[in-house]
Design a protein around this ligand. Structure first.
Ligand SMILES: [Zn+2]
Ligand SMILES: [Zn+2]
Length: 841
């Protein structure tokens, strides 16, 4: 309600100003530009030929496949990564700041970002691009805060759902799995359908079916070849290309003074003159395009900010960027990712959207009918009555300025945007299927495993137990048999039951089984996008409506997810109630508001009234706020008596998420020289990790809150003081938008490349010196490893369980699981007890 009152007040304020008047100066300016231009504006029609589009797609698909292959070679021969399950989903867990930023940028750049932002600019003037950019980059920057918490409290987690399972058990886990998968399905539908719709409108003869199949084939192929890691490398090239196209367009509109024949714009002054002669929307001060006093723009800003939180926080693909980043550097990846992403809609729309208005003034009438601007091309973000779908604004302007080549580069830009977001979503869904469904419910390695127990042997790992009940497993880094088998395994066929190490063999085989399944799931998930897109297309889904509805539906999960990582007193009941009750409340309020609008919910008014900005603002706000409030109240009700000391134990649950074959303890130890690693459970204590995370946590909090305040409140408030811009102010504004694009492009192109080269080189040198060392003194090799030394000393020569027992424990009575199949195949290869141990001792 407060929002509505504020908006009404602003409208009244804006209308009080007199509206712009043409005047002779204006006519002269328009005449001057018009005389220089030979041809009148040609009709807009698709100029890109089908074979060009297919060549582009296949060419880039081939290139992406090659990049994925090169990535695999680098990981295998330089980093000596095993081709194992975790690597497919965390890319080695050592991704640099630059590459993290690049990936986030390309993942968050939808086709809609490029096209919709231009539509907003053409409707509201300079405030449109700003609200588009600010309203969607704060979520990414705030996400940096969650990213540090995850690295600190659950360093071994691969999905955020695993954290929820570890803390709150299966029921809460299932509820949030539903929310997560729902988010992925909705996001995939919107971005694929939006991208495909805009491509079919630019390419002659391209059908939706053809586009969907081509895209799925290309995305599926390189995701399958390289896993998450390859998508990082491919994202780099995608982002670089998007920025190259963006800068070409910027230059064409504002700095290309040369050929007036084709390009009537070309410098800031001309664009400014034409804009002052254009009559803007009624809600703007003096009806000018050159002001921040815009009711439409502000309303759009509010909806955009709320709606995007669910799309980022509930989407596993942003969490997996955190998982893949180097332990304490992910925070910088998100901050720089958010800031550089800002440049894409901001500069693109400040350039193309305003150029659209200016060209319309030159033309004497708008280049497109109002209906065409809104026509169902791309999607989202704002509703119907406010703006309908995004439109042809960007393609028509680029076409006007650059002809055929212009259309080709727009197609290229959209292709890049769809590819990288699409593959990130596919990996996200696959990782939820593998880590949260398959591993936890379908093919369980060891049932009823307690928090502190060892996954490998099922015994407890804490100090207090009798020697016989205590886990004796030694770290895999010291296991000679495993090493021999791994070396042999590379030459053998891809059979997943080939490991026989009594300690690690069974779990290794289990993970290999999951790995072989992973490829199938990638194929299935990718293929499933095709019918999804076609069905959504055939029922004529309104993407703008769907986008805002997504906020109503999943917004309730946003704050509880944050609480799961921040607040030790959160309970399972609170988590479940927060998401479900919040969602239900939001749906009720949303429908109630829509019902009060003229026409109610019946008689074909459903989409119109539920899509109204008022019902959507109420629905989104209720969803996000009530989800948090319900979760907090129910949690407090259940846990306010729990003493503070016990709360610390809460995080041990999430810290226990680990892969015993690749424990996070030694990784943290070697990366940050943490002293207490290997002492207990071969991992540093919580206090120590927290000490190391102090700085990144403060950085994330300060940057998250500070930058958000500047972007959402201080900067726009400051712009209100400017009123309607004069020529110099507009020049500054354009300079800001251009410099931002140049700096972002330089950062995203140079930093990942340099960091990657440095890190590959460093690894190469390390490998070389290790080989030299080994040649000089081969006997010392085993002892040189400090990791887990304390374990060997503690270990008594008790016989270990044979590999198969581990798996026999896993299967419940009557459960015909994959693990059982595994046992049967494994049986002939039983080895003697404790052989692996004797070898080392
Ligand atoms: Zn054990
Ligand atoms: Zn072993």
């Amino acid at each position: 309600m407060t929002v509505k009152v504020a908006l009404i007040a602003l409208t009244v304020l804006c209308l009080a100003y007199p509206s712009a008047s043409g005047g002779p100066a204006c006519e002269e300016a328009v005449e001057r530009v018009r005389n220089g231009t030979a041809a009148a504006t040609g009709d807009f029609r698709p100029l890109v030929e089908l074979r060009e589009a297919i060549l582009l797609t296949l060419g880039f698909g081939l290139f992406a496949g090659l990049v994925a292959y090169v990535f695999n070679l680098v990981r295998k021969y330089v980093y000596h990564d095993q081709d194992d399950l975790d690597t497919a989903f965390d890319a080695g867990g050592q991704v640099s700041v630059g590459l993290t930023a690049t990936t986030i940028v390309s993942q968050w750049t939808w086709a809609a970002t490029l096209l919709q932002s231009c539509t907003v600019a053409s409707k509201f003037g300079i405030s449109g691009p700003f609200w588009y950019a600010a309203g969607a980059s704060v979520q990414i920057i705030v996400f940096a805060i969650l990213s540090v918490e995850l690295k600190m409290k659950a360093p071994g987690a691969k999905t955020y759902l695993q954290v929820i399972k570890a803390r709150f058990g299966a029921k809460a886990h299932i509820v949030y799995c539903v929310f997560a998968l729902l988010t992925n399905v909705l996001v995939t539908t919107m971005l694929m359908l939006g991208g495909i719709a805009s491509m079919t409108s630019l390419v002659n003869g391209l059908t939706t079916e053809m586009a969907a199949i081509c895209l799925a084939a290309v995305i599926g192929t390189y995701t399958l070849i390289g896993g998450l890691g390859a998508t990082f490398y491919v994202s780099y090239f995608n982002t670089a290309l998007i920025f190259a196209v963006l800068i070409t367009i910027l230059w064409k509109v504002y700095s290309d003074g040369g050929s007036v024949q084709q390009n009537p714009l070309g410098d800031v002054r001309t664009v400014y003159d034409l804009l002052t002669c254009s009559s803007g929307p009624a809600g703007n001060q003096e009806q000018s395009y050159l002001t921040f006093f815009s009711t439409g723009g502000l309303m759009f800003g509010v909806i955009n900010i709320i709606g995007n939180f669910g799309a980022v926080f509930c989407d596993q693909s942003y969490w997996q960027s955190t998982v893949a980043a180097r332990p304490l550097e992910g925070v910088w990846g998100f901050i720089s990712g958010g800031l550089t992403w800002f440049a894409i809609p901001f500069s693109m729309a400040t350039t193309v959207g305003l150029a659209y208005v200016a060209l319309g003034t030159v033309n004497g009438e708008a280049l497109l009918s109002a209906e065409d601007v809104d026509k169902g091309l791309v999607a989202p973000v704002v509703v119907h009555r406010l703006m309908g779908h995004a439109g042809l604004v960007a393609p028509v302007v680029v076409h006007r300025l650059m002809g055929h080549a212009g259309q080709v580069i727009v197609v290229l830009m959209i292709l890049m945007a769809v590819m990288s977001t699409g593959s990130a979503e596919i990996i996200a869904v696959t990782s939820i299927i593998v880590y949260d469904i398959l591993k936890d419910y379908v093919c369980i390695f060891r049932k009823n495993l307690s928090d502190s127990a060892c996954t490998l042997c099922g015994k407890r790992r804490a100090r207090i137990f009798r020697q016989a009940d205590k886990c004796q497993c030694k770290p895999v880094a010291n296991c000679k048999l495993c090493k021999e088998e791994a070396a042999k395994g590379e030459k053998l066929t891809q059979e997943y039951w080939l490991y026989s190490c009594p300690t690690h063999g069974a779990y290794r085989n289990y993970l290999n089984l999951l790995l072989s399944r992973k490829n199938w799931y990638i194929v299935v998930v990718t293929a499933a996008t095709v019918p999804l897109v076609l069905v959504a297309d055939s029922v004529g889904l309104n993407l703008g409506w769907l986008y805002l509805f997504m906020g109503v539906l999943i917004g309730a999960a946003v704050i509880p997810i944050g609480m799961a990582l921040f607040w030790a007193r959160t309970t399972a009941a609170g988590m479940i109630a927060g998401a479900t009750v919040g969602s239900a409340l939001a749906l009720v309020c949303w429908l109630a508001v829509a019902a009060t609008l003229p026409g109610g919910l019946m008689g074909g008014n459903f989409i119109k009234n539920t899509g109204d900005q008022l019902s959507m603002i109420v629905g989104n706000l209720v969803s996000i706020l009530s989800g948090g409030a319900v979760c907090a109240m129910v949690s407090l009700g259940g846990s306010f008596r729990v003493p503070t000391q016990e709360l610390e134990e809460e995080w041990e649950k999430t810290r226990s998420l680990d892969n015993p074959l690749k424990p996070w303890g030694p990784t943290y130890q070697s990366a940050y020289k943490m002293e207490s690693a290997n002492k207990l459970n071969d991992r540093p204590t919580f206090a120590e990790v927290r000490r190391y995370c102090r700085k990144p946590r403060i950085t994330a909090l300060a940057a998250g809150i500070g930058i958000s305040l500047v972007l959402v409140i201080l900067w726009p408030a400051g712009m209100l003081a400017v009123g309607v811009m004069n020529g110099d102010q507009f020049q500054h504004w354009v300079n800001v938008s251009q410099s931002w694009a140049y700096i972002a492009a330089a950062f995203l192109i140079a930093v990942p490349l340099v960091q990657e080269i440095v890190s590959v080189r460093r690894q190469y040198v390390t490998n070389k010196s290790a080989v030299d060392c080994a040649n000089e003194d081969p006997v010392e090799e085993e002892d040189n490893k400090t990791v887990g030394i304390s374990y060997i000393e503690e270990t008594s020569p008790n016989p270990q369980q044979p590999a198969v027992d581990g798996l026999k424990d896993a299967e419940g009575p009557g459960q015909d699981s994959d693990a059982q199949v595994l046992v049967k195949k494994n049986a002939p290869q039983e080895v003697g007890d404790g052989r692996c141990l004797e070898d080392v001792l």
